[in-house]
Every structure is written in structure tokens, then in C-alpha cells.
Design a binder for this molecule. Structure first.
Ligand SMILES: [Zn+2]
Length: 315
């Protein structure tokens, strides 16, 4: 670890569970207090935690975790508190001190995302992701009105994208990622897949279906390399997640026609819908096949060969 995280947990903090049992991201705050030191801030929070507390503070010399990140903090309003943890950046006067504190602040965020097996996904513009400014929480989630930390960062010529870059840099270091453009973006994709209901597998399938995150990434890549490529160019990271299904090889499926029977007829009847699934290719199935062929620009002959099979199964 580049920096030591000091653990000085405040006693008596509430231990409420996150909505999914663990944080799903982190909110980056600044203290908005010119005079206060990190130790003043922590002492203040120890006395007032019923109103508000975050998980950690960073200044030019320290990263101090004061609240167990396995439980919710009260840092960024009712909506965010249910799934996001938070860290405060303490104020400094000089650019050198600011940079030292900024680096620790970003390092902590990266370390926690790694701890909870989360990727770095900037939520600033989309309101979806793992790395949040308090301003983005106010804008996208509500329940709070603060707009930190942008103004404070700007004082030193910094902006939000520099936060994302720095957190990503440390995330990669902590994960031992070698190529900047491969795994993290793959992870973004896997994360979206994991989040998405439209691709047909749920969170629990994701968790049980792969040995680890990297296996999931590889699987996703094989699914749709074009989409991953698009991610790697950074164009549409948060575009709509396409409904992706691996294509099924239908070349070995038997050709079916009126009079055919058996399991494949059942498969056909089920896929076409609106038919009794009895495995017997009769007049009703024939009518349904011809209608399907017509609708899809296929030869309207009631014979289910490779082209019709492909359309029926893979769409
Ligand atoms: Zn804040």
C-alpha cells in the first residue's frame, strides 16, 4: 500500500446495513472548513455523528477511517446513504499541501472500491457509477443540496476528471492491472452486465456463474467484442446496455416440415409462441411458421431449415 490507512473508529456509531449488504460506491466530499484540522474534524464528528458522519478523512499527512465501511454513514442524504460510503478532503492553503491531501483522498477511494470488489465508474454526468462527487449526488439522487468538492478543487486548478483519473490510477495499482485500457474497461462492461436485468442474468447468477470478476470479463468479451471495443474508445460507456444473447449454433438442427414430430418441433412451437407445445408439426404450426417467415422476409414455404431456425432462435 502506498499510504497507510489509520483506523480510529468512533465508538457508538449506528450499524445499519447497506441496501445490498455492502457499499456500491463512494462519495468524495471536502470539509468546507478553512481553519479546521483533520483531528478537529474527527472530534467534531465524534460528537455529532447522529447528524452526519462519513467513513474517512484525508489531509496532507493522514488517511483516517473513522467508521466501518461495512455499515452506512450519514454523509450525503437519505438516498445516497443507503448505498454509498464517503470520505472528506480537509482544506489546506498551499498547492503542495493540497496535492498531498488530494493524493491520499483519491487513494482511499481506490482502496475501498477494491476492498468491496467495485470498479471505478464515474457517476458525475450519468448518475450511475461507483465514484461520486457530493454535487452529483445532489443533482442525480437528491436528498441533499451540497455541491462539493468542485469549487475547492478549482482553487488549485483541479477538476473532477482529475479525481477520476487519480482514483483509477490507484485502483489499477492496487489490482495489479498492467494494461490501462483492457481490464478496467472490461470491468466496466462486466459491471454493467452485472447491473443489468436486460441481458438475462441476475446478480446472483453473476456471482455464482464465475470464479472471479476476470472470468466474468472474459465471458462478456466473448459475447460481444464490438461493444467492448466501443467501451475501450470511451465513447458510450453509459449508453444503453444492449440485450445481448450468445448466438446459438443452429446448423445441426434438423429441418422440420408438416408431419415432423419430436423434441425439435416442441422447441419450434415454444419459440414461435401461441401454439400448443405438443411436438407435432400440424396445420396450426405450419400456419405459424409461414406467418413468421413472411414477417421476417424468409421464403414462405413452411419448411424450417437453417435460415428459419436461425431467425427463430437467435432473432
Ligand atoms: Zn459533501
Amino acid at each position: 500500500m502506498k499510504y497507510e490507512i489509520q483506523f480510529k473508529y468512533i465508538e457508538g456509531l449506528p450499524k445499519k446495513s447497506y441496501r445490498n449488504g455492502k457499499p456500491e460506491g463512494i462519495v468524495m466530499h471536502e470539509t468546507d472548513n478553512e481553519k479546521s484540522t483533520i483531528w478537529n474534524e474527527i472530534a467534531f464528528m465524534s460528537r455529532n455523528f447522529l447528524n452526519a458522519f462519513v467513513n474517512a478523512f484525508a489531509d496532507k499527512d493522514n488517511i483516517v477511517e473513522i467508521a466501518d465501511p461495512r455499515y452506512i454513514c450519514y454523509g450525503a442524504g437519505a438516498v445516497a446513504n443507503r448505498f454509498l460510503m464517503g470520505i472528506e478532503l480537509c482544506h489546506h492553503k498551499t498547492k503542495a499541501d493540497f496535492e498531498a491531501s488530494f493524493d491520499r483522498w483519491c487513494f482511499y477511494a481506490a482502496a475501498k472500491l477494491v476492498q468491496f470488489d467495485l470498479p471505478v465508474i464515474d457517476a458525475e454526468k450519468t448518475g450511475k457509477g461507483t465514484l461520486w462527487s457530493h454535487a452529483a449526488v445532489s443533482k442525480h439522487l437528491g436528498g441533499t443540496t451540497h455541491d462539493d468538492p468542485h469549487d475547492y478543487l478549482a482553487r488549485f486548478g483541479y477538476n473532477w476528471s482529475m479525481v477520476v483519473d487519480r482514483v483509477t490510477k490507484y485502483w489499477n495499482e492496487l489490482k495489479g492491472v498492467k494494461t490501462e485500457n483492457s481490464l478496467p474497461t472490461g470491468k466496466v462492461y462486466a459491471y454493467e452486465v452485472y447491473q443489468s436485468k436486460s441481458v438475462g442474468f441476475s446478480t446472483s447468477t453473476y456471482l455464482s456463474g464465475f470464479n472471479d470478476y476476470y472470468a466474468a470479463v472474459d465471458f462478456c468479451r466473448r459475447w460481444d467484442s464490438a461493444f467492448v471495443k466501443e467501451h475501450n474508445t470511451g465513447k458510450t460507456v453509459f449508453g444503453p446496455t444492449p440485450a445481448i444473447k450468445p448466438a446459438i449454433d443452429v446448423s445441426k438442427y434438423p429441418t422440420l416440415r408438416k408431419g415432423s414430430t419430436g423434441q425439435y418441433v416442441k422447441t419450434l412451437q415454444k419459440a414461435l409462441g401461441g401454439l400448443v407445445v405438443d411436438g407435432s408439426y400440424g396445420s396450426l404450426t405450419d400456419t405459424a411458421v409461414r406467418a413468421f417467415q413472411k414477417k421476417n422476409g424468409l421464403t414462405e414455404d413452411g419448411i424450417v431449415g437453417p435460415k428459419t431456425w436461425d431467425k427463430v432462435i437467435n432473432g
